[in-house]
Design a protein around this ligand. Structure first.
Ligand code: CS2
Length: 498
């Protein structure tokens, strides 16, 4: 009987034939991409595409150097060090079986807190053509309501004081770009892979705002030498749980300390604006387009907002995973109506995209019982997500006199969610950079519903919109006296408004 093998380069030859492992020569891979934020999503998405390019087309000059900026990243750094950068992607197919693929495109890793200079030198190195980012929606340090860069953030204050030993992504990029400018190394692309409308534009805005204060002499160089393509990224990537590691060990005989689980679906639509060239990711399924906005709108407003909707409603009801909530017929109906009645009118001309098919595929993906995507993953950091995923729909519908009941109800559900207890009396933790503010406002909202909408950094001017305030208040009151399921049934059966 074969025994399991510990995943590392030396053991690659011994993995079972039912595991797809790199057959390209990893020693020949050279690094031209630096990636900041090597979480599960990067590993199921960009690193996966890049691995496919290496494996199927022998393109070996696009190796990735991972950077861990936060203390929290020490774990992934140590694990990838142990495993020579290798990890297993466990793709959960629609029939419940797994495809296991060892990914080899991450060939270097620097843990920034231990070696800040190495990070700066790496990004400044002439071989590096792209710095890609998955730093989360909140990581761009822009106040959602005012759009301004937050210079009161303690990490930013520190970086302004000690530019040579930065901690924030903006501090690092500034130092590295300065070196590139001084050394005449040439242009580079900063490529955001976060779920944000105009993610490239947002990355540019955040960085240039910081640079204006920290190193104004760099501004015109950035303008000429750095590009920030916008992109839509998509692949549902749940949190890895112990059972996944067990299955990998039992079924595939691989011992991987941190495999990544994901759905089979994958999409990457990118503006083709790369200052120093780029890998031919189109060969492995990425789409390069002139204008990514329609794709972004569609994905953020339907998929990500759909996730938040199922997450909030599901959490209150006491569901654990997104598939449970999505397979509840009342929630499913509510989600479909939200998509059709409230989001679709905001999407404008989508060109060739078949929206009905897209919406149908989203329901299927949410309902996939094999993707145990935790509701807690979806609900975390909602103060950074809701303004990007949901509020643009609400604002546009308000402007156009369109229907807003369901979107307002999701905001009301989010308010109630911050009480930290579901309808069965089970408590949960509010994991959010703004948790104190959210919890306080949610508590006040029991007496004064508008208290929640007064969180300026989230809602901005929306608190002054009479129709929104009324709809929110009605739905919140309804939610205070009825279960979330009953409310949803009521909204489903009423024509459009409460
Ligand atoms: C999710 C996303 O974080 C969230 O709330 O909606 O992580 C989502 O799973 C991905 O964007 C899918 O591409």
């Amino acid at each position: 009987m074969k025994t399991s093998v510990i995943l590392n380069q030396e053991n690659l030859g011994s993995v079972l034939s039912n595991v797809k492992a790199p057959t390209y020569d990893r020693d020949k891979v050279t690094t031209s991409i630096v990636h900041i934020g090597v979480g599960n999503f990067h590993r199921s998405h960009e690193a996966y595409y890049t691995n496919e390019l290496m494996e199927h087309f022998g393109v070996l000059d696009c190796g990735i150097c991972g950077i861990g900026l936060l203390d929290y990243d020490r774990k992934i750094y140590n694990i990838l060090k142990d495993q020579d950068g290798l990890y297993t992607l466990m793709i959960k197919e629609l029939d419940g079986t797994y495809t296991a693929k060892v990914i080899g495109s991450i060939v270097e890793f620097i843990f920034a807190p231990e070696n800040p200079f190495a990070v700066i030198e790496k990004i400044a190195h002439p071989d590096i053509k792209i710095v890609s980012l998955t730093i989360t929606e909140g990581g761009y340090n822009l106040n959602e309501a005012t759009g301004k860069f937050d210079f009161s953030n303690p990490v930013i204050i520190e970086d302004m004081k000690n530019p040579m030993s930065p901690k924030s992504v903006f501090g690092y990029l500034t130092q590295a770009l300065k070196l590139r400018m001084e050394r005449g190394v040439g242009g580079i692309t900063i490529q955001s892979c976060d779920n944000i409308q105009g993610n490239g534009d947002v990355a540019k805005k955040a960085l240039t705002n910081y640079v204006k204060e920290a190193a104004p002499e760099l501004l015109s160089w950035i303008e000429e030498n750095v590009s920030f393509p916008n992109a839509m990224v998509d692949r549902i990537t749940p949190v890895t749980v112990a059972a996944d590691k067990e299955i990998l060990k039992e079924e595939f005989l691989i011992e991987d300390q941190w495999p990544v689980v994901c759905e089979p679906f994958i999409q990457w639509v990118i503006e083709d604006d790369f200052k120093a060239g780029r890998p031919a990711w189109e060969k492995v399924g990425a789409q390069f387009v002139e204008n990514v906005v329609p794709f972004e709108n569609m994905k953020l407003r339907l998929l990500n907002a759909g996730h938040s909707l199922l997450g909030m409603l599901g959490a209150l009801h006491g569901y654990n995973t997104i598939d449970e909530a999505a397979n509840d017929p009342d929630f499913e109906q509510f989600l479909k109506d939200f998509m059709d009645v409230e989001v679709t009118p905001t999407l404008g001309d989508l060109g060739d995209i078949n929206l009905d098919k897209y919406k149908k595929s989203l329901i299927d993906r949410f309902q996939n019982i094999y993707i145990k995507d935790l509701i807690s993953r979806i609900c975390l950091e909602s103060s950074a997500k809701i303004p990007i995923f949901l509020l643009p729909t609400l604002k546009q519908q308000l402007r156009n006199d369109g229907e807003i009941t369901r979107a307002a109800f999701v905001v009301a559900a989010w308010c109630k969610y911050n009480d930290g207890v579901d309808e069965n009396g089970n408590t949960y933790e509010i994991k959010d950079a703004m948790s104190d503010t959210l919890i306080r406002a949610a508590a006040l909202s029991h007496k004064d519903p508008i208290a929640f909408l007064k969180i300026e950094a989230v809602f901005g001017e929306l608190v002054n919109n009479k129709r929104f305030v009324e709809t929110f208040t009605n739905t919140l009151n309804m939610l205070r006296i009825n279960s979330v399921k009953l409310c949803v049934q009521k909204i489903n059966s009423s024509s459009t408004s409460v």
